[in-house]
Design a protein around this ligand. Structure first.
Ligand code: G4P
Length: 283
């Protein structure tokens, strides 16, 4: 299936982000830990020049721990601090504050030398849709946070969330758009559910997923549904899933579309195991 997809409102979002970036010291980039490269837009490296950087590999509850560690090293080699987090449960969120202070230490030192005291670090969250930007802001800001800045409707000032005396977060995240440089990137994003399923054909998406799993995690689908070892890695696997789950149409025919949806839902919810869709070796 062709996964190329271009949202129309990309230019406006980018322009907004260029404006917002002027106001901040630090970019907190959120990526999906299952696809840490496919879920980032490398434009942020240019947009965020001269800013401190932190990458949060979110949804790490769903990704492969071996790959997670390799990705942390990969980003470290590129001079970027990356942390594993699960913003839904809050796992790893506590460590973010210390990482922010560490990546911003030059700015803090610069301020100190100039005699500027207590100027909070201002940060902005960016990422492609659905990586967990809002979940992160809620989790990091917590209940104790208070909004600062101007009231909306009164002036056009930005809203900042005061995390503590040294960190403020812009309350609206910057939306980046995925870069569909090749079809595989679009396909991985479709697998994790980042591309609206309504524009995809469920049984084709699920078949592509089964084929993709063959080399990466050959047993995941078969074990997940108790399928025979000789089940082929193609469309017939969907028939086998339909039979195993008793997803039948009138006349006892396997309901392929339902099986396709069940498979993708199960993968996305982590019910097939902790599965990463790309690794540092380029797969
Ligand atoms: P966005 O602002 O970047 O667009 O993403 P958002 O926070 O809305 O999160 C998108 C989905 O990802 C939400 O699921 C959210 O709960 C889920 N999510 C965020 N962080 C994590 C994480 O670390 N682990 C897991 N497993 N899921 C995460 P949803 O289905 O849209 O909503 P809900 O049913 O969870 O409420």
């Amino acid at each position: 299936m062709n996964y190329q997809w271009y949202p129309g409102h990309m230019t406006k979002a980018r322009r907004q982000m260029q404006e917002d970036i002027k106001l901040i010291d630090l970019i907190i980039e959120i990526v999906d830990a299952r696809v840490p490269l496919s879920s980032r837009n490398p434009d942020i490296d240019v947009l965020g020049q001269n800013k401190s950087r932190l990458i949060l590999m979110n949804k790490s509850d769903l990704s492969d721990p071996v790959c997670n560690n390799e990705w942390i090293e990969y980003f470290k080699d590129k001079g970027i601090t990356a942390l594993l987090v699960n913003c839904k449960s809050g796992n790893g969120v506590k460590g973010i504050r210390a990482a922010i202070m560490e990546v911003c230490k030059e700015k803090i030192e610069r301020d100190r030398k100039r005699g500027i005291k207590n100027r909070p670090i201002r940060a902005m969250v960016v990422g492609i849709p659905n990586v967990g930007k809002s979940t992160f802001i809620n989790s990091f800001a917590g209940k104790a946070s208070a909004k600062t800045g101007n009231k909306p409707g009164v002036t056009k000032g930005k809203q900042w969330i005061k995390i503590d005396k040294s960190i403020e977060l812009l309350d609206t995240p910057g939306i980046l758009w995925p870069k569909f440089e090749d079809n595989t990137i679009g396909m991985r994003l479709a697998f994790i559910g980042s591309i609206n399923d309504e524009i995809l054909i469920p049984e084709e998406l699920a078949t592509d997923f089964i084929v993709y799993m063959k080399d990466l995690y050959p047993d995941a689908v078969k074990e997940g549904y108790g399928l025979p070892q000789d089940t082929p890695y193609d469309y017939h696997c969907l028939e086998a899933i339909a039979s195993a789950r008793n997803l039948l149409m009138p006349g006892a025919k396997p309901d392929i579309v339902k099986a396709a949806k069940v498979l993708m839902d199960d993968y996305r919810a982590g019910r097939l195991g902790k599965i990463s869709l790309e690794n540092v070796r380029g797969v």
